[in-house]
Ligand binder design. Structure first.
Ligand code: ATP
Ligand code: MG
Length: 449
């Protein structure tokens, strides 16, 4: 490279975000809560590849969905010509994997997943090209009980995450036959109002008129509101199923509103559909969507297997958590280990390992032995690290087999605590201090006795 040529920095792909260390504790809190809530309902995690055959999605999601029409990152494998796609969602992958490994051979399965998804859309607040979802798929369950269970599992997750302003919207889109009858009437209705349809709606008029109900176009709202309602077309069984879901939710005091215009983007949904919505995120207010997809598994060549699931948008939920002021432990360690001189550096490695074995988080000052940094500059780093204690090992300490432990979070006015303790006693001393402190300062204790 020529010397005077300016090196152009490579920046990340638009709409694909770095998750930086400052946000990592929030992600961890979210992920840990998800793990424990889903586990408490007996859901088991499944991890599928990020790349799948393109046909999985074009066949699985339906050709006339936003995702398949315009949002997929598809490419040709340059080695063998295979058509591949970065997964835009995971239901199709989970169903593929379940069939491939015959996961439902011994009965229904409760599965969940988490990970990045890829959609080529216009990046904006709450809408990215790489984003993350947590989803659950319950395969092989017929009754309305599993629909209600999935919904209640979401409610528990919101509660555990400290999120309050998320409301549940519910609908039933019946079965294919019921939708067909409704569709005929719907197309006739829209044709009567053709002058009001925008280009998107005109394009969908015959391919996917149900999706027109989902329009966000304000000039179409009144007309769409008065359109024939799918709910009025439900037969006995669909109606009973929908009532079954509502009965369980009512009995458990889960509030919901029925939104007759609620449909899902994917063609494979039937019967129960639901969305969790908030007003706090602007126009990207849907944090979770789900419902039944009884026809999908058969469409993929499996035995007819009823199923129900949901997917939630992690970034949108994290934004809500931030807005709600949810407290989470910042990136901090318990101890910053300061040392001076070569013998002390060697000793400090031993000490750091002993402290970690005692359950403490330790940052060991790193530097070459010849230029380890002055004591003062190391103490500055210790302060900046957010550690609760500095453990200091200098020449004197090595000679006496002791370490100096200095409290770094002494409140103003208090005497700075500084004690010198034999090496062997240091781990217990710090653990006692931190656990003893726990009652009035619980922002950072990792130690589990
Ligand atoms: P939207 O109408 O907002 O485009 P969708 O119907 O495409 O949503 P789903 O496919 O049901 O969304 O995905 C489930 C959830 O994943 C959404 O409710 C949302 O919270 C989140 N999500 C979807 N697309 C994105 C994206 N591009 N960026 C961030 N989150 C997303
Ligand atoms: Mg979308």
């Amino acid at each position: 490279m020529s010397e005077n040529k300016k090196i152009e920095k490579i920046v990340g792909v638009k709409g694909m975000n770095d998750i930086l260390p400052a946000d990592a504790p929030l992600w961890e809190l979210f992920e840990n809560t998800v793990h424990s809530v889903l586990k408490s309902y007996g859901f088991q995690q499944i991890r599928t590849p990020i790349v799948e055959p393109t046909a999985l999605f074009s066949r699985g999601l339906g050709e006339v969905t936003d995702i398949v029409e315009k949002e997929m990152y598809s490419f040709t494998d340059s080695l063998n010509g295979d058509n591949l796609t970065l997964r835009p969602e995971s239901t199709a992958s989970v169903v593929r994997a379940a069939l491939e490994h015959n996961l439902t051979y011994d009965g229904p399965k409760r599965l969940w997943y988490t990970g990045p998804m890829f959609r080529h859309e216009k990046p904006q607040r709450g809408r990215y090209r790489q984003f993350h979802q947590v989803g659950a798929e319950a395969l092989g369950f017929t009754g309305p009980d599993i629909d209600a269970e999935l919904i209640m599992m979401c409610q528990r997750l919101w509660d555990d995450l400290g999120l309050e302003d998320i409301r549940l919207e519910l609908n039933s889109i019946g079965n294919a036959e019921e939708r067909n009858k409704h569709r005929t009437d719907l197309i006739a209705y829209f044709e009567q109002h053709k002058e009001l349809l925008d280009t998107d709606a005109q394009r969908r008029l015959h391919s996917n008129p149900l999706r027109i109900l989902d329009t966000k176009n304000p000039t179409m709202q009144d007309m769409v509101n008065a359109a024939p309602k799918l709910l009025d077309y439900l037969g006995e069984e669909s109606r009973a199923h929908f009532e079954g879901v509502q009965k369980i939710l009512n009995h458990n005091n889960i509030p919901f509103t029925i939104n007759p215009r609620l449909v899902r983007g994917m063609d494979y949904y039937n019967r129960t559909v639901f969305e969790w919505v908030t007003d706090q995120l602007g126009s990207q207010g849907t944090v979770c969507g789900g419902g039944r997809y009884d026809p999908l598994i058969e469409m993929f060549g499996g035995k007819p297997t009823p199923a129900c699931g949901f997917a939630m948008g992690v970034e949108r939920l994290l934004e809500l958590m931030k807005a709600s002021g949810e407290q989470y432990a910042p990136n901090q360690c318990d101890i910053y280990l300061v040392h001076q001189g070569e013998a002390a550096q060697l000793q400090s490695f031993v000490m750091a390992e002993r402290l970690r074995s005692a359950g403490l988080d330790v940052v060991l000052h790193c530097a070459s032995a010849s230029a380890g940094g002055s004591f003062k500059s190391q103490m500055k780093k210790a302060d900046a690290s957010g550690a609760a204690f500095a453990v200091i090992i200098g020449e004197d300490e090595v000679a006496n087999a002791t370490a100096t432990v200095k409290s770094l979070r002494t409140a103003e006015g208090e005497n700075t605590q500084q004690v010198t303790i034999p090496f062997d006693g240091v781990p217990d001393y710090v653990v006692d201090q931190i656990v003893g402190d726990h009652d009035h300062d619980h922002d950072h204790v990792h130690y589990h006795p």
